[in-house]
Design a protein around this ligand. Structure first.
Ligand SMILES: [Zn+2]
Length: 67
């Protein structure tokens, strides 16, 4: 039984390859976010470094904003 990895669908997500909607699964493997399309087999991994960097840039933008 290899039921360790929890997979869930992303509501409203569109596959960049086959353009199918609600067919993208999200799951973590080795602490890396993986996206997989159940329709065409499209696969994408997003290293956490990129996610951290993106959120840090957002924080900077928020910090700069002063009314
Ligand atoms: Zn697809």
């Amino acid at each position: 039984m290899s039921n360790r990895i929890k997979k869930r669908f992303i509501a409203g997500a569109v596959c960049p390859k086959c353009k199918a909607q609600d067919s993208i699964m999200l799951f973590f493997q080795d602490n890396i976010e993986q996206l997989e399309c159940v329709q065409c087999g499209y696969h994408e991994s997003q290293p956490q470094e990129q996610v951290k960097k993106a959120s840090r840039e957002q924080e900077q933008v928020i910090g700069v904003f002063k009314p």
